[in-house]
Design a binder for this molecule. Structure first.
Ligand SMILES: [Ca+2]
Ligand SMILES: [Ca+2]
Length: 227
């Protein structure tokens, strides 16, 4: 019966009503891996995982940062997420947000920026976090610091990527809709009903068929004394 119950939850996650929020907390992934296409419906470009989800504003233990610029992502080379279709809103929590700030930009299918949100903290932003939301018919989002005036003396990470699909026309949401739309769905890469070992998923995200690269927290995240 327990397996049946878990399977039912997953079916809900995969066939969620169009207006339902989906939150990716990254906590089922190991630290130091590319997120890539781990989660259905959205492909992450640049984000790799780190073990700083324990900081204020995050969910433990995993958060994300840029694959090459680490904790100092800049607007010219942002982190990105591209949806398979279009979604109606995207929210993301920025953690340890300093005077260099945090911006979240939303683009439509034509690549035109249609919404943006931003926040600027004070100093190195230790303990400062903010959840930004953008809305519209969103095909992809980009996020980064606003500037990098503080350089490597400061950095930021990100966690809890949430999106809500464009609501379907009235009358098309009733099939199997037994779960309240206000209740978010959390996607974990290690959901037992997926029946895919976490290690395998990490390899998939790094390249199918290739030997698992030596991706460690140290090699994927620049050595930093603080964020
Ligand atoms: Ca997390
Ligand atoms: Ca910071």
């Amino acid at each position: 019966m327990k397996k049946i119950a878990i399977a039912s939850v997953m079916i809900w996650a995969l066939s969620a009503a169009p207006s339902q929020a989906v939150t990716i907390d990254f906590d089922g992934l190991a630290a130091g891996v590319a997120v890539g296409a781990t989660f259905p419906g959205v492909t992450f470009v640049e984000p790799v995982t780190n073990a700083f989800g324990t900081l204020p504003g995050g969910t433990t233990p995993i958060a994300i940062n840029h694959s090459t610029s680490g904790f100092n992502a800049v607007a010219g080379d942002p982190l990105e997420a591209v949806f398979a279709g279009t979604v109606g809103s995207v929210s993301l929590t920025g953690i340890d947000i300093s005077g260099d700030g945090f911006q979240l930009l939303a683009f439509n299918a034509g690549g035109v920026m249609m919404d943006s949100a931003s926040f600027t903290g004070i100093g190195a932003g230790v303990g400062t976090f903010i959840t930004l939301t953008v809305t519209g018919a969103i095909k992809h989002v980009e996020w980064s610091q606003i500037t990098d005036g503080l350089g490597t003396s400061d950095g930021s990470i990100y966690d809890n990527f949430t999106y809500t699909a464009v609501p379907a026309p009235a009358g098309l949401t009733g099939a199997g809709a037994k779960k309240p739309a206000s209740q978010p769905v959390f996607l974990h890469a290690t959901n037992p009903s997926a029946n895919v070992p976490q290690r395998t998923m990490s390899r998939i995200s790094a390249g199918v068929g290739a030997p698992a690269p030596n991706m460690t927290t140290a090699s994927s995240n620049p050595a930093r004394s603080k964020l």
